[in-house]
Write a new protein. Structure first.
Lengths: 184, 214
């Protein structure tokens, strides 16, 4: 017969382990893949992560999962992220200028509207109608390096892994459209 | 069985072309499937409509839209064994500054040196005939501008619209002075430099003066 206290202690120990592996960056990109979680926490890792995510609510954090390219549990990436969105001034204090954020918003929306990929030159030409040339070049390069956008060898831009992890793309498209309707 | 009868097939080329055409059709159907799926998804917005919206919105509106849907990843950056190894490899293989851009920009680390007349000739900056002609021309100009027997301000005399031409005139004047056809006087109080032509034979007392050109 199982001891409830021992089970609780085991669960707490696994939750601590889960938080530890989520918060410490191991590879180049943050987050831990499903197969790694299974190795650290056992087969019921999803349950442990759900409980952890609930507990982290008080701290304004959550465990978020990003589906992998293969669409399997093993390839799914789990990471820790802010539950609430920051304010514009908080984003600025984190090193993002309003122009940078506007370039990123426009880029994500444009890529999504063009079936998930757009030529870099085409995007640059469009963005330069609204932003200075140097700002477009600098921001795009920066967002590619940070994983918000992904560029292949043919010069096509796609949505990067960090955008998938951090940005609610559907809401972004809706907000841009809604603001457009409200504009005079 | 197919392998056995394939050589007997008389219309093999036709069959190959049919297969190729079928493959192309499959590719088109696949692309159409992707297009339909995307249009049916909630992410689909007419690209032209979206471009118009983005043009209409202010930068603040666009930035605010993004921030409202943004949940930054919380992570702790730390030094890993792999990172340390990469840093070591980078540092070990880092080419010194003096070598790094040598191919693109030349050997800029070399300190300034001197070019003699032979080197200038080899660089096609001067030919011997042209040099003599220009030397005489600048001497004649000096004589002409000091026809009343006075002196000329050195910097005014060598001054030209471009720095390159100024440097060439200074170079030529240096030769004229070295040949004893002109003399340079430096006022010890004002440090002004004066230039005057020498009509007679050069004196035996000579000294070298370094003049900076800016």
């Amino acid at each position: 017969m199982s001891n409830p206290e021992a089970e609780r202690a085991l669960l707490e120990r696994k939750m601590r382990k889960a938080l530890q592996v989520l918060i410490l960056q191991r590879g180049r990109n943050p987050g831990v893949k499903g197969w790694e979680m299974k190795r650290y926490l056992g087969k019921d890792y999803r349950t442990i992560l759900q409980v952890l995510s609930g507990d982290l609510k008080q701290l304004g954090l959550e465990v978020h999962e990003v589906p992998g390219l293969e669409g399997t549990d093993d390839s799914t990436r789990f990471l820790l992220r802010f539950r609430e969105s920051p304010t514009l001034s908080e984003a600025e204090s984190a090193g993002f200028r309003i122009d940078d954020l506007a370039v990123l918003a426009s880029s994500i929306a444009t890529v999504n509207s063009k079936q998930g990929r757009v030529g870099r030159k085409e995007l640059e030409t469009f963005l330069r109608e609204k932003f200075p040339r140097w700002r477009v070049d600098y921001s795009l390069e920066r967002f590619i390096k940070r994983g918000y956008l992904d560029q292949d060898e043919k010069g096509l831009l796609r949505i990067g892994w960090r955008t998938r992890a951090e940005v609610d793309e559907k809401s972004l498209m809706t907000l841009i459209l809604a603001r457009g309707e409200a504009a005079p | 069985m197919l392998k056995k009868h394939l050589p007997e097939w008389k219309l093999i080329d036709v069959m190959l072309k049919d297969s190729e055409a079928l493959q192309q059709l499959v590719a088109i159907v696949k692309l159409q499937d992707q297009w339909v799926k995307h249009r049916a998804s909630s992410l689909y917005i007419d690209p032209l409509l979206l471009e118009l919206k983005i043009r209409l919105l202010t930068r603040e509106d666009l930035a605010d839209s993004l921030v409202k849907c943004w949940h930054p990843v919380a992570q702790l950056d730390q030094l890993t064994a792999r990172g340390l190894e990469r840093a070591f490899t980078y540092w070990r293989d880092l080419v010194p500054l003096s070598e790094r851009f040598k191919q693109e920009f030349g050997n800029y680390a070399t300190s300034p040196g001197q070019l003699d007349f032979e080197e200038l000739q080899s660089l096609n900056i001067f030919s011997k005939e042209e040099f003599e002609t220009r030397l005489n021309a600048i001497h004649d100009e000096l004589v002409q501008r000091t026809s009343n027997g006075g002196e000329l301000d050195y910097r005014r005399f060598i001054g030209a619209p471009t720095f390159e031409e100024t440097a060439v005139r200074a170079y030529l004047v240096a030769f004229v002075v070295t040949e004893g056809r002109a003399s340079i006087r430096v006022d010890p109080l004002t440090e002004e430099i004066f230039l005057s032509p020498v009509s007679g034979p050069a004196g035996s007392e000579t000294k070298s003066v370094a003049i900076e050109i800016t």
